[in-house]
Design a binder for this molecule. Sequence first.
Ligand code: G6P
Length: 605
Amino acid sequence: MCGITGYTGFNQAGPILLDGLKRLEYRGYDSAGIAVQGEEEIMMLKATGKVSHLVDKYNDTPDFKGVCGIGHTRWATHGIPSDTNAHPHLSADGKFAVVHNGIIENFAEIRAELEKYGIEFKSETDTEVIVQLLAHNYKGNFKMALMKTIAKLEGSYAIGVISADHPGTIFCARLSSPLIIGLGLEENYFASDITALVSNTKDVIDMDDGEVAELTPEGVKIYDHAGREINKAVRHITWDIASAEKSGYEHFMMKEIMEQPQALKATIEPRVKDEEIVFDELKLDMKKFNRVHITACGSAYHAGCVGRGIIEALCRIPVEAEVASELRYRDPIMDDKTLVIVISQSGETADTIAAMKECKYKGATVLAIVNVVGSSIAKLADHCLYTWAGPEIAVATTKGYTTQVVLLAMFAVWAAGELKTISHGAYTSMVKDIMRLPERAQRALDLNSRVMKMADKYYDNQSLFFIGRNMDYAVALEGSLKLKEISYLHSEAYAAGELKHGTIALIEPGRLVVALCCYEKLLDKTISNIQQVKARGARVLAVAHEGNRAIVTEADDVLFVPVTDPLLVPVIEIIPMQLFAYYVAKKNGCDIDKPKNLAKSVTVE
Ligand code: G6P
C-alpha cells in the first residue's frame, strides 16, 4: 500500500527520497513521485510503475534540486495509476505539495465545496482535496492553515506537506495511519515505515493520532490536536540496515524464510525463565473470560486458526477464529467476558483495526499479537505481545507467520497455567518443545535442496490441492495461500475429510495433491484420503514426521520434518511449504517479493 517519506537538511533531497521510496517498494504500489522546494517554486517528478522509472526521470532532470522534499509510492484506490493521480499533489496556486497515505472519506464533499470557489482539480484522487483545502485556508501561517485543514478531514491519513513560502519546513500529521519522525544532525526525516529511514537514523519519534509535527533542519516540534507543543519520547531502533536488506539472498522472501530459527529464538527465549513462560508485559486475568475470539486477515488469520486449536486444547475454553473483514460486520456476540486476540504482522491492516474497534465497543478485552512496534493495532489494543521477527519485507509473510504461531502457543500454555487446565508435566513438556523449535526449524530448512527438486518436478501443475486434518489443515490453508500468492497457480486447501464432499471430481490424472501428515493422531484418516485421490490418478507430495514409514508407500514423494508436539506441528511443517512456494514461483518466473496486485500492508477496506 502507499508509502510516504520526507527530508529536510543540507543534502540534496532527491537521492534521499528515492532511496526511501525504494525501501518502501515492498509494501506494494503502482506509481511513485517526489517533490522538492526548488529555488523559486516547488518542483515535482512522477512516474507510473516502478521507482526505477522515477530514478531515470530524476537522472534526466539535472535542474531538479532542493534540500527539502517529500516522496510517495501510490497503490491506486481513487483513480487509475497514472502520472496525474500519482502523489505528490500540488495546490492550484502551486504553493503547496502533499503526500498522503490513507483515505479521505469525505473528499467528495470537500471537493464540491472548493469547486464552488473556482478551484480546479487535476486528479481523481481523494488526496488532492487536502492540498487544495490547505492552500484555501492559508493566510500566511503554515501551521494554522494545516490545523484548520486536518480538522475537516474524515478517514485516515499520514501526510507530509511542503510550502514554497517556507523553505526547509515540512509539516506532517497523522490519523489512523502510521507516521514516524526520524531525527538526524541538522537534518530530519519522516516516513510511514521505519525501513525507509533506518539507513539514515535510528532515533525516531512515533506519532500518535491527532498529532502534528514541524520539521526543519534545526529540529522537530510536535503539537497536539489543539496545536500546543508537546514532548514525545525518542525511541532508538535496535536493528540495523542489514536486517532490511537482502544480505546476499536473491529475494527477501528467501532471506526471511532462512531467518526463522533466529526469529523464533528472539520471540521465545526472553519469555522463558526457569522452564516457565513469563510475559512481563502482560497483566491479564484469564479467569475473567468465558470465551475467546481470534481475528485477523490473510496469513495472520491462518496463524489464528492454529491458535484456536492450541488454546482450546490447553485451556478448555471455547475459541472462535474469523477473518476480520467478516467479523467487523457480523454484529458478533461478545461482552466483557470475551477475550479478543487480534493478530497482525504490520499492525496496520484496516480490516483488523476495524474489527478490533468493533470488539472493544462491545466491551471485549483486546490482546494484540503484532510484529511492528508502535503500530496502530499495538497502540489501540488493551494488551500487546510482540513477535520479535524483525522487519519483514517480502509481501508473502514467512517468519511473521511462524512467530505468530509460536507466540500463540506460548500464550496458550501460559493461560492454561493461569487457569490450571494443564498438568505440571504437560506444561513443562510444552515449554521444552517450544524451546526446541528454533533448532527444529533449522533442521526443516535443511530440506532446502530437496524441496527445490520437488518444485522442479511439480512446478507446472496449473491447479493443485492441499489437504490435512486438524493442525495439518491449518497448515494446508497457509501452504496453499503461500503458493498462490507468489506463483499465481490455482490452489485450494481442503480439510482432508471434506474433499470427498467437495471438488474431488477435479482430481484427475497428474493433479498434484500436497498432503500434510504431521498431525499423527489422525494420520490413518489422512492416509485414507490420500488413497482416495491416488485412486483418481493424483500425484501426492506428503509432508510427514521423520520416522513415519507408513507414508512412504502411499505418497509419490515425502518431505520429512523433525518430530514435535502435535500442537506445535505448524511451526515446522509450514517451512518446506514456504520453500516449495518460493521455488515453484521462481521456476514460473514470478516477481517473488512483490507479487502482482498484492500489498504487504493493506490499509484500505
Ligand atoms: C496482506 C498481505 C498478507 C498478510 C495480510 C495481513 O493481505 O499480503 O501477507 O497476511 O495482509 O497482514 P498483517 O500485517 O495484518 O499480518
